[in-house]
Write a protein that binds this ligand. Structure first.
Ligand SMILES: [Fe+2]
Ligand SMILES: [Fe+2]
Ligand SMILES: [Fe+2]
Length: 378
C-alpha cells in the first residue's frame, strides 16, 4: 500500500502527468527512474524503490536483469494494474459509476497475460463483483479507508535530523514541479542554515530552519502549473490562488509535525515585519527570528534563479534589492545584513545547495548535534 501511495513520486509536473494518463503510455520510464532515485536517498523508503522503478513493467516484458524476480515483479505489476484502472476511471470520468464497471473490467481482462499477471486479473474480477469495490473508490470513502489504514502506523518520536531524508525528498518533488524552481527549496534550506550559523543560533534552531526551508513551498504542489510557469503578470484571481500555497504548506507540514514550531516557520515565509505579507499578515514580534530567516532566504534564492517572467538577477542587484526591502521593513534588517558580509558565500548556498544540504545529513557538517525531539504523525 505504501509503495502504491508514492508510486508516482517521480512526476510532479501536471503537464507530464497528463502524458501518463493514456492507457498505454509510450514513454513512462523517466518518472520511474526519477522516483527510484529519490527513494534510494531515503533510508525508510528504500525498500519501495524497486517497486516504483518497475510500476510500468508489463507482464510479458518480464523482469529486467536489475529487477529482483518473484515478489517485486508481482507487486510492481499489481501497482501497474491499479494504476491503469485509475487511468481508465479518470479518462472515462466513470468514478464511481457502477454501470461502467463491467466494461472497465473487460478492458483490463483483455490484457491478462500480456500487460497484467493473470492471477491479478482473476483477483480483480473477484473483487469487482461486489459493488462496494466501486463505491469505495469515491473520494470520501477512499480517504476514510486510507486514514484508517494509516492510523495503525504508530506515531514516532523523531528528531529534525531523522526527518531530513524525507524532507529532502519532498523538496526535490516540489522543486521538480517547474523548471524555474529547480533546487529552490534546497537553496532556501542551505541559505537558512547559513544565516542561522552566522547569527549563532542554537543547533536545534539550525536544524529546524533547515527542515522548514526544505518544506516551506510544499503547498505549491496544489498550485496549477500554468500559474507557476506563467510568463506574464498574474491576474488577481491567479495571485490569490498562488498565495494559498502558504496556508497549504501549514496544513501539510502540520499533518506531519502537529503543533511543532517548525510548521509556522515554514508557513510564514511570505510574512513581512511591516505586516503586509500573507497568509496571516503577521508583523513585528509575531515573527520569530526563524521565520525572518526563512523569509529572507526565500527572497534571495528566488532572485538568484531565473523565473518565467525574468532572467536570474545578478548578485550585486540582489544585494541592492534586499537592502531596499529591509529599509521598507519588508525583510528583517539584521538578517539581510548577513548577506552583505560575504555575498559570494550566500550566493553559493542559493545556487549550489547540495554541497551544504544532503539527504543523508541535511547539513554540511557530519558532526552529531544535540537533537530537537518531535512526534511525527503517520
Ligand atoms: Fe506511473
Ligand atoms: Fe512560497
Ligand atoms: Fe519559496
Amino acid at each position: 500500500m505504501l509503495a502504491a501511495l508514492i508510486h508516482d513520486c517521480g512526476v510532479s509536473s501536471a503537464n507530464r502527468f497528463t502524458d501518463l494518463v493514456a492507457f498505454e503510455c509510450t514513454e513512462p520510464d523517466d518518472h520511474c527512474i526519477v522516483g527510484n532515485a529519490y527513494l534510494q536517498g531515503v533510508p525508510m523508503l528504500t525498500r519501495y524503490a524497486d517497486l516504483v522503478r518497475h510500476h510500468h513493467l508489463t507482464w510479458y516484458e518480464g523482469p529486467p536483469e536489475d529487477c529482483a524476480p518473484g515478489w517485486t515483479r508481482l507487486a510492481a505489476n499489481l501497482i501497474y494494474l491499479a494504476d491503469r484502472l485509475d487511468v481508465l476511471l479518470t479518462v472515462t470520468g466513470a468514478r464511481p459509476v457502477i454501470q461502467e464497471a463491467e466494461g472497465l473490467v473487460a478492458i483490463l481482462s483483455g490484457h491478462a497475460g500480456t500487460l497484467f499477471a493473470p492471477a491479478h486479473i482473476d483477483a480483480l474480477r473477484l473483487a469487482t463483483r461486489d459493488d462496494t469495490f466501486w463505491t469505495g473508490l469515491a473520494r470520501e470513502p477512499l480517504q476514510a479507508w486510507l486514514d484508517e489504514e494509516l492510523s495503525h502506523i504508530p506515531d514516532t518520536a523523531m528528531s529534525a535530523r531523522d526527518l531530513f531524508p524525507v524532507a529532502h525528498l519532498f523538496a526535490r518533488i516540489v522543486d521538480a514541479k517547474s523548471t524555474f524552481t529547480a533546487q529552490h527549496s534546497l537553496g532556501v534550506a542551505a541559505l537558512g542554515q547559513y544565516l542561522a550559523e552566522a547569527l549563532n543560533l542554537s543547533t536545534g534552531q539550525r536544524d529546524g530552519i533547515t527542515l522548514a526551508g526544505l518544506l516551506h513551498d510544499i503547498g505549491k504542489l496544489g498550485i496549477p502549473d500554468d500559474i507557476l510557469d506563467k510568463p506574464t503578470a498574474l491576474t488577481a484571481v491567479e495571485w490569490r490562488t498562488m498565495q494559498t500555497h502558504a496556508s497549504m504548506t501549514e496544513q501539510l507540514v502540520g499533518t506531519m509535525l502537529g503543533d511543532h514550531p517548525i510548521v509556522s516557520w515554514a508557513a510564514a515565509h511570505h510574512e513581512t515585519p511591516c505586516g503586509d505579507g500573507y497568509p496571516l499578515g503577521l508583523s513585528g514580534e509575531q515573527l520569530s527570528i526563524e521565520m525572518r530567516i526563512i523569509a529572507a532566504a526565500d527572497v534571495f534564492q528566488a532572485l538568484a534563479q531565473e523565473r518565467p517572467y525574468r532572467p536570474a538577477v545578478p548578485l550585486e542587484r540582489i544585494l541592492d534589492q534586499m537592502s531596499v526591502l529591509a529599509a521598507a521593513n519588508r525583510l528583517d534588517a539584521r538578517v539581510v545584513s548577513i548577506f552583505q558580509r560575504d555575498p559570494l558565500a550566500a550566493w553559493e548556498c542559493a545556487v549550489n545547495p547540495m554541497v551544504r544540504v544532503t539527504p543523508a545529513t541535511g547539513c554540511r557538517s557530519t558532526e552529531r548535534r544535540p537533537e530537537m525531539a518531535m512526534t511525527v504523525s503517520a
